[in-house]
Design a protein around this ligand. Structure first.
Ligand SMILES: Cc1cc2nc3c(=O)[nH]c(=O)nc-3n(C[C@H](O)[C@H](O)[C@H](O)COP(=O)(O)O)c2cc1C
Length: 328
């Protein structure tokens, strides 16, 4: 059971925090398609304290996406405490501490996965944040810095002792980055040493992967990252597979295009036309991946600035695709 605060979810499906991907519109479309909990991208604690407008914008959440977590990162305990208080003012359902980011600039400053180098310091940081806010605090971390220094069992105990409500384990080391197959076998080992809910993350790209992850590890939740990009219906498929043992809602070309348009519509609703349409361009490649003539259509979409033009182009393209695939 994945739980935090008053929220309790059996076999929870979580949308991972992803920089430049999990904005409000993406979180909303994933919630509509079955994600149980969604997370903002990581938000820099120093930027929040400096009252940087760009950083502060990343905290924005809307009612319809609840339950939603705001993820913060940083290396200085006082800054993280202050940043957590600022994030709490936006009234998310939880605050998540990033202890897993592998990017050099972040790690070298002692933030993200850099915290794995000093589990006592990480514990103090989590404890400081837990004490400073009323909201549940969760932590997302990795196995360790590298294969020779896997310390997740100690780290998990310290996260629990610090008062975290739950944790997510990205089953890779910092040096692995996002490559290689995540080692899910650490989930049952972590669950043996802590009582707080543990969500599994890493190498979950299909609904079948979600089911296998639960079946093989006994995880309380499964957090999906890259598997949801251009494929947000993975949550719906996984839910169906978990509850009925099969997937009957086939996601065909028509549904993919319509979900893409729905996602764009949600984006316009929260950001306004121009900003939404420009920022949405990064999502087309995911939605049109593998389709006949996708590159040409994508190039055209990059030039359009009106929702109606985009809708017309995509619906015309849908007709072409249906014709093409009926004869090929
Ligand atoms: C584009 C991108 C941005 C990411 N940004 C974040 C982030 O802001 N915070 C975080 O904790 N992890 C971030 N991650 C890591 C993912 O949350 C996840 O841990 C990782 O992709 C492994 O899961 P996967 O194998 O299912 O993709 C990011 C990953 C990607 C691909």
């Amino acid at each position: 059971m994945f739980s935090f605060g008053n929220i309790k979810i059996e076999k929870a499906l979580l949308l991972a925090p992803m920089e430049d991907v999990t904005d409000i519109s993406f979180r909303l479309i994933c919630r509509e398609l079955g994600a149980d909990v969604v997370y903002t991208e990581f938000v820099n604690s120093e930027g929040l304290i400096r009252a940087s407008e760009k950083t502060h914008k990343k905290l924005r959440i809307v009612e319809k996406e609840r339950p939603v977590g705001i993820q913060i990162y940083g290396s200085n305990i006082n800054s993280m405490v202050e940043a957590a208080k600022i994030a709490e003012e936006e009234q998310p359902d939880l605050i998540d501490i990033n202890a897993g980011c592998w990017i050099k600039g972040v790690v070298n400053c002692g933030a993200g996965a850099g915290l794995l180098k000093d589990p006592v310091y990480m514990q103090n940081m989590v404890e400081g944040v837990v004490k400073a806010v009323k909201l549940p605090v969760t932590v997302k971390t990795r196995l360790g810095m590298d294969m020779n220094s896997i310390n997740i069992l100690e780290v998990a105990k310290r996260i629990e002792d610090a008062g975290a409500a739950a944790m997510t384990l990205h089953c890779r080391t910092r040096t692995q980055g996002h490559s290689g197959i995540a080692d899910w076998s650490w989930i049952p080992r972590v669950k043996e040493v802590v009582k707080i809910p543990v969500a599994l993350n890493g190498s979950v790209f299909t609904a079948e992967d979600v089911k296998n992850a639960f079946d093989e590890t006994g995880a309380d939740g499964v957090m999906i990252a890259r598997g949801a990009i251009g494929n947000p219906w993975i949550f719906l498929e996984a839910k169906e597979l978990l509850t009925t043992g099969k997937i009957s809602t086939e996601v065909n070309i028509e549904k993919r295009i319509k979900i893409c348009l729905r996602h764009l519509f949600l984006s316009i609703d929260v950001k306004g036309d121009r900003r939404a349409i420009l920022e949405f361009r990064k999502y087309y490649s995911g939605y049109l991946k593998g389709f006949y003539n996708a590159a040409q259509i994508r190039a055209k979409l990059m030039t359009l600035l009106e929702y109606k033009e985009i809708e017309d182009l995509l619906l015309k393209y849908l007709e072409e695709l249906l014709n093409y695939y009926s004869t090929h």
